[in-house]
Design a protein around this ligand. Structure first.
Ligand code: BGC
Length: 372
């Protein structure tokens, strides 16, 4: 079968490989599921891996099959799989509990404390940019056919759901927390999905990005679901507080780390700031009003939390939000899927879109590997 691979740490090494089709019995205890890949999303992490910044090949391989944003159809199930059958739509989670930390042993590998981690398409495990894959049913989420067209958005959404779940858990420290307003910093595909998830929870949502509002399709999408958009090229997030008030919740997904200090100064009393950008660079900033920020956090009981990856429960939360959003704003999620690349062999096209997202006005680029 065909698959898209890179040589980790080697810049622009993306290429097509030919591999044996995986077999059900690679998964023990009859829990294997063979999945025909239908769609795979391409994202910033794939771009960074192909840039040589990130990614580890599985043991015994010099290449890593890319792809973690996935959607497929069950082709065959092992003898002990009762929850899925051939023909079902599924999305697979990304991280596996192969580490040594206690969190791995209790199935909370998304909270691993190990420095090494096993993530399909990212680190130590081949990914889903292939014609098919096998996986244990334990790591597959069943997808209702009604959301099949947009289900490739579930994996990026799962990251947001985990962030929001962490916020909710942390805010249980307050006997009553009735958040009303939220700011979303960065409105690429992750930011748009975040705005959606917050709108589904009834928040008043304010999105921020660098682009000017005029002609910015991402901003139009936000407004269609009742959120606002402001360009930080015109005024800062801190300044926006004069217009919208301090935010009860702020979700940061810009990839531009200095903005977190703006976010910290824009948070309401008892509010929570969620950080979700994996900033692998060397950027430093010194323009930080540290006394002010520290005092705001202390006197206002503010909180800040980092979040990465997602577990089964977060994918399941995401399924519900996708279904609710389709019910409330039919067709809106589909508008995010701006660039379809037909066939894995056209990987160069996908990486061109990823590397020049601004030029292409791309929100979500994805492969159609097989037809739904
Ligand atoms: C993936 C996560 C992963 C993270 C760090 C993200 O792009 O969606 O599942 O944990 O990268 O590798």
């Amino acid at each position: 079968m065909k698959a898209i691979a890179v040589i980790p740490k080697q810049k622009n090494s993306v290429h097509l490989v030919e591999m044996d089709k995986p077999k059900l019995d690679e998964i023990k205890d009859g829990r294997g599921v063979l999945v025909e890949v239908l769609r795979v999303g391409a994202c910033g992490t794939d771009r960074e891996i192909n840039n040589g910044e990130y990614g580890v090949a599985p043991e015994g391989f010099e290449f890593l099959v890319l792809g973690h944003e996935n959607f497929g159809r069950v082709a065959e199930v092992g003898a002990n799989v009762k929850e899925l059958k051939a023909g079902d739509f599924v999305v697979a989670t990304v991280r596996r509990p192969f580490g040594h930390s206690i969190y791995d042993t209790i199935g909370q590998q998304d909270f691993t404390t190990d420095a090494e981690y096993w993530e399909r398409g990212i680190s130590r495990l081949h990914g889903y940019m292939a014609e098919c894959y096998v996986e244990s049913a334990d790591f597959l989420i069943k997808i209702p056919p009604a959301i099949a067209e947009i289900a490739v958005l579930l994996e990026p959404l799962s990251i947001i759901e985990k962030g929001l779940k962490q916020a909710e858990d942390i805010q249980k420290r307050l006997d009553i927390w009735q958040p009303k307003t939220a700011a979303v910093l960065g409105i690429g595909s992750v930011g748009i999905l975040t705005a959606m998830a917050l709108r589904m929870r009834g928040y008043e949502v304010h999105g921020f990005g660098r682009d000017a509002r005029n002609g910015y399709f991402n901003a139009e999408l936000l407004e269609e679901i009742g959120a606002t958009y402001d360009s930080t090229a015109e005024s800062s997030v801190v300044d926006s507080v004069a217009k919208y008030g301090q935010y009860d919740l702020i979700f940061e997904c810009t990839g531009f780390s200095p903005i977190i200090f703006d976010a910290m100064q824009s948070l309401n009393e008892n509010g929570i700031l969620i950080l979700a950008s994996v900033t692998g660079g060397e950027r430093k900033t010194d323009a930080v009003p540290s006394d002010k920020i520290n005092q705001m956090f202390v006197l206002g009981n503010r909180a800040m939390v980092g979040t990465v990856n997602a577990n089964r429960e977060h994918f399941e939360m995401g399924v519900k939000d996708l279904a609710l959003c389709e019910a409330m704003f039919a067709g809106w999620l589909g508008k995010m899927m701006t660039h379809k690349i037909v066939g894995l062999e056209n990987f160069a096209e996908a990486f061109d879109v990823l590397n020049n997202a601004g030029k292409y006005k791309a929100i979500k680029a994805y492969f159609e590997v097989n037809k739904i």
